[in-house]
Design a protein around this ligand. Sequence first.
Ligand code: PLP
Length: 385
Amino acid sequence: METVYFDNNATTKVAEEVLEEMKPLFCDLYGNPSSMHTFGGQLGCKIRKAREQAATLLGCEPTEVIFTSGGTESDNTAIKGSLAAVPNRRKVITTRVEHPAVLAACRDLENHGYTVIELSVDKEGRLDLAELEDKLDDDTALVTIMYANNETGVVFPVDKIAEVVTGRGIVFHTDAVQAVGKIPLNLAKSNIDLLSLSGHKLHAPKGVGILYVRKGTRLAPFMVGGHQEAGRRAGTENVPGIVGIGKACELAAQNLEEENNKVKLLRDKLENTLLQMCPGSRLNGDRENRLPNTSNLSFEYIEGEAILLMLDKFGICASSGSACTSGSLEPSHVLRAMGVPFTSAHGSVRFSLSRYNTEAEVDYVIEKMPPIINKLRELSPFVTK
Ligand code: PLP
């Protein structure tokens, strides 16, 4: 078996169809869309088409789509750009389980006199909406809450949250980097003001993303310079990336439900079998309200890193919930926020599938994983023998 790639929340393979659309834009159609001549000018219609493809997937107007360099830029633009538009309000509400692109941007605001409130989650990774409502006040400028968690796949009730938040006249942003293409969205029917997504989580290349900005939402540009993106995001357009993300959105919109049902069946087979075959294992996160492709499992008393290294020997790619900080393994901030016991949080492994994975790959992981867990348990100093 060659590489089995179950790390699609980290990044995805570029779809062949996406690559084919992008190819002519490097050496043939390489002009600058801002140029006066026909050679450059013809790229404007390629960008227009990509904007329409993205708008169709998101259920919004093409004019509400801004192309960026990825999820991190979209998140930073949404947060800093919306605050700049309401300088008299000084409070931001987010959650403890956001991606660092949001958490670091919010924590940086504290150095500029903002009050940042990070909402807690319960042991399944769910938010308490009453806590959120309680914190909203006239000083709140922005609420930024992710659509789906990258580590556990837990999906927050974002449409409901957006209704409550915007009903109080407060701007609502969601980091939907992990949700887009995995669950259906219809922004025309939602109160979300700002939404971030990233190309490389969606079978488009790295270095391109989108920020959806609801018509009428006040947003100061984050990148200033030229007049690109109607003055909302300066810089010569990444035309191949934009064309790629447009095509990826078109592909995601086709058969979204069918593809994701197939992925969910594979994920469930993998998850249920591993939980059954590996004693001391547990699922992290709300089983029901979850992305169809993500499974975050903990194996008590062993290190996630050790599991990953042994899986890697068999060509299996996954992720762990720990990060190496100053030489020691710190359990992930998401699992800590959920109160996952230390002995389990350390032994967490995230499998994240895509439409390109097969049942044969799931069976291969099911064959290799239980002996790895047994072997590491035998070696664990924490298990009484
Ligand atoms: N937000 C979430 C939830 C993510 O999972 C990621 C990437 O892992 C990002 C933001 C950052 O996106 P990008 O890598 O495109 O900057």
